[in-house]
Design a protein around this ligand. Structure first.
Ligand code: NAP
Length: 302
């Protein structure tokens, strides 16, 4: 029997309806969730991404601010804007669209965002929170992949998951989230000699490589769940993932399509992180001042 499609468009719709309802509750309490999106330069794809993020905010009732800068924006000016947004009570999440112009140190910019507003989950402190199982923001794409796996009703406990790719934004956090769900996790990368040897043993495969046909049907265990993060173009210029869908779908039990799988979930989880940031802020404001009041809060625990 061919694999069931895991429909990221449908799941996103459901999650966004829930996000909109929770946002309406916060707004009624005077705490409308707010996201600031900053872009520097004129990369057309990046402008499309930020437009989509701002539109998604409007659709779920968030306040949003889009700050567009020229490619020659001085790094110091960008850091000053982030410092101001860190202090802005109407903003619960700050996202700086990557890539930044070459003269700007992207890691300095990411680390300048307050951990309590790091809704992309890219900072070193957010990564540390994930490693240490502390509450904090999870990077949106792997967080979305977890929701897609969850939607199948599959229990990851004790299962073998193989992640292909070890980037800081997708592969590594993905592996940590699977580990948190009590899967046994293998991480493969460009130096892995026999990829198929690992993937054939996997109950769940997540492909996050950026190279089409990385995973083919002969590399998949019958009944496995396959999540395709990759975004590539085939010879006809059509969007495709890292997984050879036609050969893998007859073998897997569940599979995400490209487009319509992981892609829509990434913005949805950005909205979720921003919502949760606003909810945490409200909970903090509602706390009665105790003996520790006025102390500097620990990052991520606010
Ligand atoms: P990346 O930073 O380029 O990382 C790619 C990873 O794949 C690296 O760890 C690399 O290994 C590994 N790799 C390369 N060739 C390999 C091979 N032949 N066998 C096994 N592993 C191999 O990319 P990324 O940012 O993680 O993104 C991965 C893909 O996901 C891209 O197509 C990207 O466009 C897509 N993506 C999609 C979304 C979405 O919302 N759908 C979001 C983010 C990314 P080394 O570390 O050894 O180099």
């Amino acid at each position: 029997m061919p694999a069931q499609l895991i429909d990221g468009v449908q799941l996103s719709k459901q999650l966004r309806a829930d996000i909109a309802a929770r946002a309406a509750t916060l707004t009624a309490q005077g705490k409308q969730p707010g996201l600031a999106v900053i872009i520097a330069g004129d990369d057309p794809a990046s402008h499309v991404y930020v437009r989509n993020k701002v539109k998604a905010c409007g659709d779920v009732g968030f306040h949003s601010v889009l700050e567009k800068y020229e490619a020659d924006l001085p790094e110091a000016d960008l850091l000053a804007r982030i410092a101001a947004l860190n202090e802005d009570p109407a903003i619960h999440g700050i996202l700086v669209q990557m890539p930044l112009p070459k003269h700007i140190d992207a890691s300095k910019v990411i680390e300048a965002i307050a951990t309590s507003k790091d809704v992309d989950g890219y900072s070193v402190l957010s990564a540390g929170e994930l490693v240490a199982n502390l509450p904090g923001f999870r990077p949106c794409t792997p967080y979305g992949c977890m929701k897609l796996i969850e939607s199948t009703g599959y229990d990851l406990r004790g299962k073998h998951a193989v992640v292909i790719g070890r980037s800081n934004t997708v592969g590594k956090p993905m592996a940590l989230l699977l580990l948190q769900a009590n899967a046994t996790v293998t991480i493969c990368h460009s130096g892995t000699p026999d990829l198929g040897y690992h993937t054939r043993q996997a109950d769940v495969v997540v492909a996050a490589v950026g190279r089409r046909n990385t995973l083919t049907g002969d590399m998949v265990k019958p009944g496995a769940i396959v999540i395709d993060v990759g975004i590539n173009r085939n010879d006809e210029g059509k969007l495709c993932g890292d997984v050879d869908f036609d050969s893998v779908a007859p073998v897997a039990s569940h599979i995400t399509p490209v487009p319509g799988g992981v892609g829509p979930m990434t913005i949805t989880m950005l909205l979720m992180n921003t919502l949760e940031s606003a909810e945490r802020g409200l909970a903090k404001n509602q706390e009665k001042p105790g003996p520790g009041a006025g102390m500097i809060p620990q990052p991520g625990l606010v």
